[in-house]
Design a binder for this molecule. Sequence first.
Ligand SMILES: Nc1nc2c(c(=O)[nH]1)N[C@H]1C(S)=C(S)[C@@H](COP(=O)(O)O)O[C@H]1N2
Ligand SMILES: [Mo]
Length: 521
Amino acid sequence: MAFLSTRRAHAAAPWLAGVVAVGAGLAAGEIAAVPVSPDASPYFAVGSSVVDHSPAAVREWAIETFGIADKVALFVGMGIIIAAIAGACGYLERRRPATGSAIIAVFAAVGVLAAVNRPGATWTYALPSIIAGVVGIVVLRLLLAQLDDEPSPIDPDVHTEDVRRQALSRRFVLAAGGVAVAAVAIGVIGRRMLSDAADTLADRARILLPKPAVPAPPVPAGTELNLSGATSFITGNDDFYRIDTALQVPTLTTVEWRLRIHGEVDKEVTLTWDDLVAMPMTERLVTLACVSNDVGGDLIGNARWLGVPMQRVLDLAGVRPGADMLLSTSVDGWTCGTPISTITDGRDALLAIGMNGGPLPIEHGYPVRQVVPGLYGYVSATKWVVDWEITRFSEAKAYWTDRGWSALGPIKLASRIDRPARGTSHPAGEVVIAGTAWAQHIGVERVEVRIDDGPWQPAELATEYSVDTWRQWKFVWQADKGDHTVTCRAFDKQGRPQVERYQSPAPDGATGLDERRYTIA
Ligand SMILES: Nc1nc2c(c(=O)[nH]1)N[C@H]1C(S)=C(S)[C@@H](COP(=O)(O)O)O[C@H]1N2
Ligand SMILES: [Mo]
């Protein structure tokens, strides 16, 4: 404390407050960038923009002078400049309140601009810089407030002044020191997570997927009805629903990835990425649905998956007789119990590495996940999968079955209205209703539509792609004036109709019919 009990130290306090506050803001920016993207970190977004926009001559000079350490030099240089300006912010804020805050706000705005202009950026890239700015300003004001109680120099009681100044100094030092320690800790953690994410992104950009030995059959004309507002037959990666328990998307590279197969097997096997990609690949279109998908919901998507048949991988280890469950675990510890019969009965259960022509997106399980046609995701679709234990349903439970959901989760027969949008108005006459229906691994036989309490009428079905993909349908309605309710129902190829009685998703998937209300004017 002693160093702050002198006048000079007091003069330095606002500078220190500025540096600590801006440091805290930058640390907050790092941690806030973690759920967004490594490119959204204000510090690195600005640094990268400087690199991208500096003239070639400057870049060459930097490379000549600093060699391969040119980027390190840039970030260290930026750090020194930022620290100097940050100190000045503290000084200015102390002399004329709000001036330092204004400069920090300008900094934050520069961060926002740099971040939203990174390749592939979305508006969420702005958030870390905004958070950094807010934290910087709030911390600066709080720290300077610790100095504000300082007694006036004309205080007649010199002795008291010394005592109060001592106490004040201690408070300021404790606050500034505490914030600085927290900022460094948070900044380091944030940076670690961001560089892990950056490693995974780089790994994903580098890998080449093998060509399928067994390609997916082409999508025939007529599978896609091409009606505006209807769901497309293949769901793009960005539109594909995402469900998992991961607060932080696991970051795993193909170099780190292993799949250990153990339990009731003839021999334990550990597979590397190279082992996996050396096996013949199968490509399939499979519709994946979440058990939490309510009637009319959108937690379902159809994608082109590339992977090794799970049966072949099981065969490497050899399943012992009596075992009936594959208990798979993700790198972040989520577990899933899949009936071994659904892997060995000839359906296209895949240990997938590709989605819609590229590597798996990181949030969809990079580098390796499971896809089993016919089963809800919670019992089949482990993302970031790293461990397979061969066991029995009588012995093991998995993440969701431990929380009351059914051990078995075949996807229920369902249909959905996709257009026109719910609650819209239309002129009397022809209204084209369209939707999707799915009877996974069985196939959709028929879809019917009912207007109000009228009779069930057949809808026109799109061409079937396979029993493992959803099927589009449409119904041309001659609508007359009034408020109407349109309902749909599907039948599967075993002749079973959709269950009409409503049941909520827990414990084994929703039932009930999708209906929509429209006004015909
Ligand atoms: N590691 C992991 N895998 C998981 C889950 C999870 O929470 N963790 N959720 C499952 C559930 S409930 C579903 S519906 C699917 C969703 O896959 P998607 O996010 O690629 O659409 O992933 C499955 N795989
Ligand atoms: Mo799910």
